[in-house]
Design a binder for this molecule. Sequence first.
Ligand SMILES: [Zn+2]
Length: 154
Amino acid sequence: MSAEKKKELQVAALENGTAIDHIPPSQLFRVAALLGLEKMNNTITIGNNFHSNKMGCKGMIKIADKFFEEDEINRIAMIAPNVVLNIIRDYEVVEKKTVTLPDELIGLVKCNNPKCITNNEPMLSRFHVIDKEKGTLKCHYCERKINKEDIIIK
Ligand SMILES: [Zn+2]
């Protein structure tokens, strides 16, 4: 079997749904948690440490009959900015989506400054993405900078 064919099989084998590819292995279970997979009744396949020419190693999640909304995808972009979403219909990849961090994240991340107004008032947090490459955020209200590793998802 050709390498190309094998690769295809690894991704497909899903009648309808989404295959999330190129997940950094260390982030796989955070991605699963962020997407709320434990609450879904869909058929879900989670695989980790697949060989990847691009990344060395990668994780993959396949979710049957699930097509994500933009804001759900934005959540993944925060911790796994290079993932690829393969949209599968009738066993064919009909669309490939890459995720990108939006310029602003509203109500998704908790500010890690305990004195920040967003931690003391019933309001949504708001962050500017100041470095998309590194995933650095800055709180709109208290200007606290948060690095990717320290991001706390609400
Ligand atoms: Zn803040």
